[in-house]
Design a protein around this ligand. Structure first.
Ligand code: C5P
Length: 314
């Protein structure tokens, strides 16, 4: 086929622990990542010329060669030069719904969609593992975005272990439009403020990873215990973001006060999410939050935790 429309879901983190720093300058993480129904659409159309062209309906996002989606296409052309020569380039259009600087992996999931889309368009038949290896070269969250669902992510975030689906839970996502947070800033600040605590923990890296695998969040997901999951949400980044962005901390407290089963900041922020046990409760939570905060700068989405990553649009 010469064109594909893909759905690229956002992710949240149900659990995020920064375990330590790594020789490559990145941080060693232990996370539980989760796809949500809030998603971008990524259209790919063969253009018959040896060039990748990107456009985007959001003025906030540069649609040039620095965009991760464009980098994904270039990586595919480098790795599969015969297919690129045979099929030519692609016009890529990003229809954005996932906000920027949000901790929702918006850029990563767009790049994942380009990898999956070109694999289909060029008939490469890459395995999930092969796609994830390419994805890891582009960014730490891209590998998860390929298959999505619910997974333990370790290493830089690219080492994945699937978990049973938690698609029985609903989510309310809230973000101040004017408050993007840079992931690089969040890691740098975390390191400056808490580097000393890495050294004080005498457990080895392996022991700490085993602790997460054996920990209560993974246990609750494995046992399909929906009542426990919201109580076990955890994110180390709140320790750096909340003191500097008190509005984000207040938003989490507000979601809890309004009856969210649990609430957490996602990734490096600034999105905060609240979990609910039904669609009706998620919608009631949204309505209550909107009533309390009519501020148009606050964007709110209702969605579901979903069991899939990149998939073809219906
Ligand atoms: O891998 P990615 O490009 O998404 O990472 C963005 C930034 O976040 C990196 O430049 C790095 O500063 C930081 N990072 C990190 N440790 C990770 C993942 C990301 O320090 N595990």
């Amino acid at each position: 086929m010469r064109s594909y429309s893909l759905i690229a879901p956002a992710k949240i983190n149900l659990y995020l622990e920064i375990i330590g720093d790594r020789p490559d300058g990145y941080h060693e993480l232990a996370m539980v990542m989760q796809s949500v129904s809030l998603a971008d659409w990524v259209d790919l159309r063969a253009n018959g010329i040896e060039q990748f062209r990107l456009s985007c309906d959001s003025p906030e996002i540069p649609a040039d060669e620095n965009n991760l989606a464009h980098k994904a296409a270039v990586l595919m052309a480098q790795r599969f030069p015969k297919a690129y020569a045979q099929f030519g380039g692609v016009d890529m259009t990003l229809h954005k719904r996932i906000p920027v600087g949000a901790g929702l992996a918006g850029g990563s999931t767009n790049a994942a969609a380009v990898l999956v889309g070109l694999d289909l368009m060029w008939g490469l038949g890459l395995t999930r593992m092969e796609l994830q290896e390419l994805a890891a070269e582009l960014g730490s969250d891209v590998a998860f975005c390929i298959g999505g669902g619910t997974a333990i992510a370790t290493g830089r975030g690219e080492q994945l272990d699937p978990l049973p689906s938690v698609d029985y839970l609903w989510v309310v996502l809230a973000k101040y439009r004017s408050l993007p947070i840079s992931t690089a800033w969040a890691y740098k600040t975390y390191r400056q403020r808490f580097e000393g605590t890495y050294a004080r923990d005498t457990d080895s890296l392996q022991q700490r990873l085993e602790r997460v695998h054996a920990g209560p969040m993974v246990g609750a997901i494995a046992q399909r215990d929906g009542s426990k999951i919201p109580e076990l949400l955890y994110n180390d980044f709140e320790r750096v973001v909340f003191p500097d962005y008190p509005k984000v901390a207040a938003l989490k407290q507000q979601l809890l006060d309004l009856g969210a089963a649990g609430a957490l900041m996602s990734g490096s922020g600034s999105t905060v999410f609240g979990l609910a046990h039904s669609q009706a409760r998620a919608e009631a939570l949204t309505a209550a939050l909107r009533e309390q905060q009519p501020d148009p700068d606050l964007e709110i989405w209702v969605g579901q935790l979903i069991a899939k990553g990149i998939h073809l649009a219906p």
